[in-house]
Ligand binder design. Structure first.
Ligand code: BDP
Length: 469
C-alpha cells in the first residue's frame, strides 16, 4: 500500500523553485450560497444580429460550444451597438438621431426581422435563455415596445428579460436623468406584460442600489457590468492581481438584492474593455482569472456572469473602429483572428469555431453549478493562490487556482469528509501566455485520510478541480 500522502498528492512537475506551502480548511457545517445553474453566461453585441447566419439554429459549431459551456446559460444581447440600433420591423416614426461619440453623427444600425428570427432559432437550439437590450440612447418607447414584443413572440418563455439602454451612465448625466429617460420605456414594456431587468450600468454600484430601491418590484433581476480596466492598461500580472475593491461593491449590491429577493447578474463584462488586451485577454492567464472571478462572484451570491465577446467586426464596430482581420497562419490562428480579443469563443462559420483559453476557465467554474458554496480558511503561504469550495449533495468540490507566475504550491486541505475519495482535474497550458494547448482534463484520483485531510500540489500558473465524496 502507498502512504496516504502519495495517494492524494497530485502530480507535481517542472518544480525547480521550492513549492510554497498553503493550507485550506473547509467548514462543511456552514453551507452558503447556492450556485445558480446559469452562472456561466455570455453577452454579445446587437450588431451580431446583422449577420442572420451567426446566431442561427444551423450554426452547429457555435450551438455546440454554447451547450458545452453550459446547458443552462443565458445569452445577453446588447452592448454599445444596442444603443445604436433601430428596429427594421417598426412601422411608426423613427426616432431622431443625436450626435454621439466624439461629436460624430451616429450612423444607426438597422436590425432586420431575419436577424431576430434566426436568433430565436439559435436560442431554441442551445436551450439558453435570452436577455435582450433595447435602445435607450436614440430610441423611443414605441419602437422599443415594438421590438421587445417581436422578441417575445419569437422567443416565448425563453425570454428572461428586456433591458433598456446599455451603460446609460456614459450618456445620462446622473441617476435621476437616467431614471427619467428610462421610466416611459419601462412603463410601456410592463403595461404589455414584458419582463424587464436593469439598470445594466457600466460600473455604477450606486445606480444599481438606487434602481433597486425605486424599481425592485418591476424587475426580474438587477444588473451591472464589469471590466477591470481599459485594454491599454492591461497585463497578465495586473489581471491576476485580483480586484478586492470590486468584490466589496458586489457585497453592497447583494445586500440590497437580498432585501428585495432579486437575483443580481453581471450582464456584461470581461478582463479589459476596448475589445480586450492582446496577449492577456486571449491567453491562458485569462482562464485562471475567469474561473476565480466567477467563483468569487458565486460565493457572494451573484447569479450569472455574462462574458462579453463575439466577432471582431461586431465588437470593434461598437468602439467606432473598423475591424482588421489577420490572414495567414494555421487554422487555429485563422479562427483566432475572427474574434474580439476577450471573446471566449473564436472562429466563424466558414472556418469553424474553437474555444479560447477563457472558455476552459469558465468550464471549470461551471462545474460548481447547483452546489452550495462553503466557507473556508485559506492561508496562501505567500503564493497568489485562490481557493473555492462547495457542497454538491454528498460530495465536496474544491477549486485551487494558482495564479502565481513563480511558485508552485502544495495545499494542505482540511475539513474534507473523512476517507472521501474522488477525481482530480487539472486546468493547464504550457505557460500563462499560451494562446493554445490549454487542457482541462482528468489527472487521476484523490482521497482524504481518516482525519479529512489531503495534500495537493498545484504548479504555478495552473488550477486543480477536485470532487470528493
Ligand atoms: C462596453 C460596451 C461594449 C464594448 C466594451 C469594450 O458595452 O459594447 O464592446 O465596452 O469596450 O462598455 O470592449
Amino acid at each position: 500500500l502507498l502512504p496516504l500522502a502519495a495517494v492524494c498528492d497530485g502530480l507535481a512537475w517542472g518544480a525547480d523553485a521550492p513549492a510554497g506551502q498553503a493550507s485550506y480548511a473547509l467548514d462543511l457545517g456552514r453551507p452558503g450560497r447556492r450556485v445558480d445553474p446559469s452562472l456561466a453566461s455570455l453577452s454579445y453585441e446587437t450588431l451580431e444580429l446583422s449577420d442572420p447566419t451567426f446566431f442561427a439554429a444551423d450554426n452547429r459549431g457555435l450551438v455546440r460550444l454554447f451547450r458545452e459551456m453550459n446547458p443552462h446559460g443565458v445569452l445577453r444581447i446588447g452592448g454599445n451597438t444596442s444603443d445604436d440600433t433601430v428596429w427594421g420591423g417598426y412601422r411608426g416614426r423613427m426616432p431622431a438621431y443625436v450626435p454621439r461619440r466624439h461629436g460624430r453623427l451616429l450612423q444607426p444600425h438597422v436590425l432586420q426581422p431575419e436577424g431576430l428570427q434566426a436568433l430565436a432559432g439559435f436560442v431554441r437550439a442551445t436551450g439558453w435563455k435570452l436577455v435582450f437590450g433595447v435602445n435607450l440612447r436614440i430610441g423611443s418607447p414605441e419602437m422599443a415596445l415594438d421590438l421587445a414584443q417581436a422578441v417575445q413572440r419569437l422567443v416565448g418563455d425563453q425570454l428572461l428579460a428586456i433591458q433598456i439602454g446599455n451603460e446609460a451612465n456614459n450618456y445620462e448625466h446622473d441617476y435621476a436623468a437616467f431614471d427619467a429617460a428610462w421610466t416611459p420605456y419601462a412603463k410601456a414594456l410592463r403595461a404589455a406584460g414584458l419582463p424587464i431587468a436593469g439598470p445594466d450600468t457600466g460600473a455604477n454600484t450606486d445606480w444599481v442600489i438606487e434602481y433597486a430601491r425605486r424599481h425592485a418590484g418591476e424587475n426580474v433581476f438587477l444588473s451591472r457590468h464589469y471590466y477591470r480596466e481599459a485594454a491599454e492598461n492591461g497585463s497578465i500580472p495586473d489581471l491576476l492581481a485580483g480586484d478586492p475593491g470590486f468584490f466589496r461593491e458586489v457585497e453592497q449590491i447583494m445586500q440590497v438584492a437580498d432585501q428585495y429577493a432579486l437575483p443580481f447578474r453581471i450582464s456584461e463584462g470581461n478582463s479589459y474593455y476596448n475589445g480586450g488586451r492582446d496577449g492577456t485577454s486571449n491567453v491562458f492567464a485569462s482562464a485562471l482569472w475567469g474561473a476565480d472571478f466567477m467563483l468569487a462572484l458565486a460565493q457572494r451570491g451573484v447569479a450569472g456572469m455574462h462574458f462579453h465577446g463575439g466577432t471582431l467586426h461586431s465588437v470593434e464596430s461598437s468602439l467606432g473602429r473598423v475591424a482588421k482581420v489577420a490572414t495567414g497562419g494555421d487554422i487555429v490562428a485563422q479562427r483566432d483572428a475572427q474574434a474580439s480579443r476577450y471573446s471566449a469563443i473564436a472562429g466563424n462559420r466558414a472556418l469553424g469555431y474553437q474555444p479560447r483559453p477563457l472558455f476552459h476557465g469558465i468550464a471549470l467554474a461551471q462545474r460548481f453549478a447547483g452546489a452550495r458554496m462553503l466557507p473556508g480558511r485559506l492561508d496562501a503561504g505567500g503564493v497568489n493562490l485562490a481557493a473555492h469550495a462547495a457542497k454538491q449533495g454528498d460530495a465536496v468540490l474544491v477549486a485551487l487556482i494558482n495564479k502565481d507566475a513563480q511558485h508552485d504550491v502544495t495545499v494542505a486541505l482540511g475539513g474534507l469528509p473523512h476517507g472521501a475519495k474522488g477525481e482530480l482535474l487539472r486546468l493547464r497550458a504550457p505557460s500563462l501566455d499560451s494562446r493554445r494547448d490549454v487542457s482541462f482534463a482528468a489527472d487521476g484520483h484523490v482521497s482524504a485520510d481518516a482525519g479529512g485531510a489531503c495534500r495537493i500540489t498545484v504548479p504555478k500558473g495552473s488550477a486543480a478541480w477536485l470532487r470528493l465524496a
